[in-house]
Each structure stands twice: as structure tokens, then as C-alpha cells.
Design a protein around this ligand. Structure first.
Ligand SMILES: Nc1ncnc2c1ncn2[C@@H]1O[C@H](COP(=O)(O)OP(=O)(O)O)[C@@H](O)[C@H]1O
Ligand SMILES: [Mg+2]
Length: 246
């Protein structure tokens, strides 16, 4: 059975010699929402870069049934969209419309189709009617939503998000939880905020020292206080002693 993402014995060393990933094996099924949790420096961002083809190491990465090779990166990236840690890295055009249209235009769609996709993507993230705004004038929460729209407009099957809760206040974090809950794509969400992880995921993988330490149903993994604390993490409030904030 084809999986959304298959990573097998993948290792990656940065040019300065830092081993960021060391024999990672991890599967993500279609429709799953995987929280990639681990302390700072664990390898979360590097793993997201590996599954979106931005870093190439040893081992196997298969996206939507396609092994990543030099020749098929464009095709792979039409199936998997990545939201970078800093939304400003994805917003560089004069208007929100241009930013969200950038991907569909690159895919060769005509202007009518592009317009349709932009409007749909902006509506999906709660920014309908803001297409003519300058992205750098948006609030932090709106920038995060806009960056997600730039990915949604390409209709990927899979979306990765690197610490999307970073620099959001509680209200904007709640809005992001709702936005993510409304998406139908397979999601891989890296975060070190365990309450956020518990709110957005159905599966979780603990990564530390460039290795996947444990992976399984979100509640099973994140309610294991020994596992969590031994990797510098904490049990989310939702999973403490049967207390449910959901
Ligand atoms: N560009 C880089 N060059 C060298 N080492 C890096 C680079 N980026 C990250 N690292 C190192 O790789 C390891 C994993 O980092 P990263 O994937 O960013 O972890 P996380 O996202 O979990 O915080 C860390 O030891 C980090 O210092
Ligand atoms: Mg990171």
C-alpha cells in the first residue's frame, strides 16, 4: 500500500559535519495529522526539509509513492507543500494575491484558474477579501495564514508545517488550530509546544538527537510522561490524568 510519506533509514549531515538525522524511519498514512515533537535541535526542521526534497542525504524518502530523485523534484513538490518556520520567507510579492498566485502561475494554470485558486485558498485561511493587501503589513497571525494559503493554492496532498505556532498569541494559536482542523490534507506539524501538538494531531513522533524515539497514536505517545520528560518535553494538559480540555 502506498503511503503519503515513507522515510527509511534516512541520515543527513550538514556540510559542517553536524549529523542532524541519524537513521530515521517513519511512515505517514494518507489523511494522518502527525505531530513531530522534540526539543530544540532534535532534527525536526531537517526532517521536514528532507521530506520536501530540500536536503538530500542517505536512505530513502518516498512521497506519495515517488522516491525523491534529482529528476522529479518538481513533481514531488506538486504533491507536498511546505510551510517554512518563518512565514515571511514565503511572502515576498507586493500583494497577497501575487504571493498566493505564485505557485499556480508556476504550474502553468491560466489566469482564470489562478484567480479561482487564490480566492479559494484565501477563503480557506480566513483572509477572503484581503488579496490586494501588502503581505508585510499583515499581523503575525495573518502572515501565518497567508503563508499557508500560498501552499494551499497549489493543491498539494500533503503539507508540512515547521513550528507554525511560533510567535502566535493564544487567540491566533486557537485560530490556527481551527484552520488546520479544517484542512483535508495529510499534515506533518513540527512543534515543541505540546498543548498545540495535542490540539492538532492524531499521531505523534518523538524525535531527539536525529532519531525517531517513538511514534504512535498522539494520546499514547504524549501521555507517556516518562517518554516525554526524558526527551525534554512535557505531557500536554489535555492528556494529564484523564483531564480533557478538548
Ligand atoms: N545549516 C546548518 N548547518 C549546520 N548544522 C545545522 C544547520 N541547521 C541545523 N543544524 C543542526 O542540526 C541539528 C538539527 O537541527 P534542526 O533540524 O534545526 O532541529 P529542530 O528543528 O528540531 O530544532 C542541530 O544540531 C542543529 O544545530
Ligand atoms: Mg526547527
Amino acid at each position: 500500500m502506498v503511503k503519503a510519506i515513507e522515510v527509511e533509514n534516512f541520515s543527513y549531515k550538514y556540510p559542517d559535519g553536524t549529523i542532524a538525522l541519524n537513521g530515521v524511519t517513519l511512515d505517514v498514512e494518507y489523511g494522518e495529522r502527525l505531530a513531530l515533537i522534540g526539543p530544540n535541535g532534535a532534527g525536526k526542521s531537517t526532517l521536514l526539509l528532507a521530506i520536501t526534497g530540500f536536503v538530500r542525504g542517505t536512505g530513502r524518502v518516498v512521497i506519495d509513492g515517488m522516491g525523491i530523485t534529482n529528476g522529479n523534484l518538481k513533481k514531488v513538490r506538486s504533491r507536498i507543500g511546505c510551510c517554512l518556520e518563518n512565514p515571511e520567507d514565503q511572502l515576498f510579492m507586493p500583494t497577497l494575491f501575487d504571493d498566493v498566485a505564485f505557485g499556480p502561475l508556476n504550474m502553468g494554470l491560466d489566469s482564470q484558474q489562478v484567480k479561482q485558486r487564490v480566492n479559494l485558498a484565501l477563503a480557506e485561511v480566513g483572509l477572503a477579501g484581503m488579496a490586494e493587501r501588502a503581505p508585510h503589513h499583515l499581523s503575525a497571525g495573518q502572515k501565518r495564514a497567508a503563508a499557508i494559503a500560498t501552499v494551499l493554492s497549489m493543491s498539494p496532498k500533503i503539507i508540512t508545517l515547521d513550528e507554525p505556532d511560533g510567535s502566535l498569541d493564544p487567540r491566533n494559536r486557537d485560530n490556527l488550530v481551527k484552520l488546520l482542523a479544517g484542512l483535508s490534507q495529510t499534515l506533518v506539524i513540527a512543534t515543541c509546544n505540546m498543548d498545540f501538538a495535542a490540539a492538532v494531531s492524531d499521531k505523534a513522533a518523538v524525535i531527539d538527537g536525529g532519531r525517531v524515539i517513538a511514534a504512535g497514536p498522539a494520546e499514547q505517545i504524549m501521555s507517556d510522561s516518562k517518554l516525554m520528560t526524558s526527551h525534554g518535553l512535557e505531557v500536554p494538559r489535555k492528556f494529564i490524568n484523564g483531564y480533557s480540555a478538548a
